[in-house]
Design a protein around this ligand. Structure first.
Ligand SMILES: *Cc1c(COP(=O)(O)O)cnc(C)c1O
Length: 235
């Protein structure tokens, strides 16, 4: 057993608990997604054996490689930019797609979900900080996109919003980003759009998940903090 993963998970868990206590939330309101991208299936299995069931990946190829190697009750989250021509490879097995940012992509997912006769839970990715390098819809266009997808894609169930905050030295700098996503989510929720819920707020990564929890995150995506640094050179 990998002691490093065990210790890392203990650290992350105690920080989640502390953040929940600081803002009066129950630990059960926050789902930890272990982001296993670039790490081998054996490491994912170790985290699984330590009780983790939800994993995040950002490439279809890696999902295809790892899904068959983990037990059936593992829940996989697609958190990265999704290419249209690859939706078909994950439509039957993905637990949730966090990165829907256009009607066109939603319609592709709709078609593949229908083929599998299933409804796929999705989040709308919002580019809150309006960074040019990022994927995601702008905050101002989010509500219209939610309405269009809800109307045209019966095999998608919109569950909430996701954002990738900028990389910052001090997590406090991202508090405003998280506040804005939360506010947008509350705003959309009050519209009571059919077949749309705003119960999920996927925000916060290794560097800033505690601030994200204080600002209402229901799903945090932690990679480095659990599995250690990623080695992109190895691939
Ligand atoms: C890689 C990644 C994460 C995890 O980042 P860490 O800083 O390693 O915790 C979270 N969300 C998305 C969308 C990612 O691509």
């Amino acid at each position: 057993m990998n002691e490093v993963i065990r210790e890392n998970l203990e650290t992350v868990e105690s920080r989640i608990k502390a953040a929940c206590e600081r803002c009066g939330r129950d630990r059960s309101e926050v789902t930890l997604i272990a982001v296993s991208k670039t790490h081998p299936a054996e490491m994912v299995r170790e985290a699984y054996d330590l009780g983790i069931r939800q994993f995040g990946e950002n490439k279809v190829q890696e999902l295809q490689d790892k899904i068959p190697k983990l037990p059936d009750d593992t829940m996989w989250h697609m958190i990265g930019h999704l290419q249209h021509n690859k939706v078909k490879y994950i439509a039957g097995s993905i637990h949730m797609i966090h990165s829907v940012d256009s009607l066109r992509l939603a319609c592709t997912i709709e078609k593949e979900a229908a083929k599998h006769d299933r409804i796929i839970p999705v989040l709308i990715e919002v580019n809150v900080a309006d960074e040019e390098s990022k994927f995601g819809v702008s905050p101002g266009e989010t509500k219209d996109l939610v309405r269009s997808i809800a109307k045209e894609c019966p095999h998608l169930q919109i569950r909430g919003l996701m954002t990738v905050a900028p990389y910052v030295e001090d997590a406090e700098e991202n508090r405003g980003v998280f506040k804005l996503l939360r506010k947008l989510s509350v705003d959309i929720d009050t519209c009571n759009i059919d077949n749309v819920s705003m119960s999920v707020l996927s925000m916060g990564m290794t560097g800033d998940y505690e601030v994200a929890i204080e600002e209402g995150a229901t799903h945090i995506r932690v990679g480095t903090g659990i599995f250690g640094a990623r080695d992109y050179g190895k691939k």
